[in-house]
Write a protein that binds this ligand. Sequence first.
Ligand code: NDP
Ligand code: 2IT
Length: 450
Amino acid sequence: MTAAVHPRLQPHFDAVIARNPGEKEFHQAVYEVILSLTPIAGKRPEYLQWSILKRICEPERQIIFRVPWLTDAGEVEINRGFRVQFNTALGPYKGGLRFHPSVNLSIIKFLGFEQVFKNSLTGMPIGGGKGGSDFDPKGKSEQEIMRFCQSFMTELYRHIGEYRDVPAGDIGVGGRELGYLFGQYKRITNQYESGVLTGKGLSWGGSQVRTEATGYGTVFFAQEMLGTKGQSFDGKRVVVSGSGNVAIYAIEKVHQLGGTVIACSDSNGYVVDEQGIDLDLLKDIKEVRRARLSEYAERRGSDVRHVADGSLWDVPCQIALPCATQNELRGSAAKALLDNGVELVAEGANMPCTPKAIDLFQGAGILYAPGKASNAGGVATSALEMQQNASRDSWSFEDTEARLQQIMTAIHTRCVETAEEFGEPGNYVMGANLAGYMKVANAMVALGVI
Ligand code: NDP
Ligand code: 2IT
């Protein structure tokens, strides 16, 4: 952590660290928000009344459960399941499920905490939560994935519901997993409760554009940022990290808007393709075959490099979109990007840039957007899916994409105007955190000390 917290807020931050020992990702996420509250601490103490900050940092409920399942060989495996129900001031808990071996309580709490402010920023009636498991989907058979999802839902079902808590996907959880999860929920409850999960398939209650929404939304947000400088994606060299759901659809939208994505990555390395990433090939490798990115270089030909060791962020670009995971872009990577002339960084992932990297970007005066603003298109489209489920309707791709774009434009305006109101023009971090916080705080005051 780099900059100093306001003295009036420091005791709150100290208390969070003391109450949640060792949870470094959670501390980092809280630090970023508390740092942004500096202008409130001096001028708008009403936003700190009734211990709002203290309450906002404490999840309403944290559920941890055992997930036993049988491998194909008949062995019993045990994983740990989590659901952190963070805040319902604005609506039912809403946020994804992550299946990745690195998952622990700290990671789920940081994600749940960020989700509260992100969901507030969307302007939709959704509270914040997050869940998942330390289960590793890599190398598992289809049957093992199904058995795991069924066991996970056998415990989770009692805690969720259309009006209570509405999970969706995140790392390692996509359409396939959501299908098995929804199937098990439907079986246990004997109800076709479409609004209990989002990210569903189109034939069983899903929404058009939800698959594309996070990546598309990130690029729509970046387009708005470029617009403030009279620029666009046209002709820009872009680097996107990751090659999962968010990365793939960020690449697709960049290409539609005239930019060229020349590099992307997975956890085993990155590829550089100066002609522009071939999306049909990437989708076949990642969405259909669930294979490694090294296969991209093998199949695309000799002009493409696969780099197993090293940093993707050494590839010179004008726009960088980190779309893989938390803390993937550190100070040294930020320096390399700046040395190579990066002009804009917009986060598709949650908390991919470390505080040091953010400091460097802001110090250099480039455009930088935090994930809770720029990646909010995914959860916003989830809220559109909930609307369609509640009204037993389904909208066209074009209408839904237009709604997504309007929502991203509105979030951008909210960030810009709030940053200006508090004397920090161009500071998207402050704009996003303050706007997100104030809306939740207002609702929490209205609802009393609960
Ligand atoms: P996917 O599982 O579809 O893809 C994740 C990608 O990131 C993969 O390419 C994966 O590589 C890479 N990755 C994951 N963990 C690591 C790691 N520890 N080190 C290096 N690479 C890693 O997930 P999503 O695309 O859905 O999520 C990506 C990010 O976007 C996450 O931060 C998520 O929280 C965030 N997000 C997702 C939303 C959504 O709607 N899905 C909405 C808003 C934010 P590999 O396959 O090798 O593991
Ligand atoms: O981090 C996120 O916003 C998501 N993973 C999407 C959450 C959702 O409920 O759609």
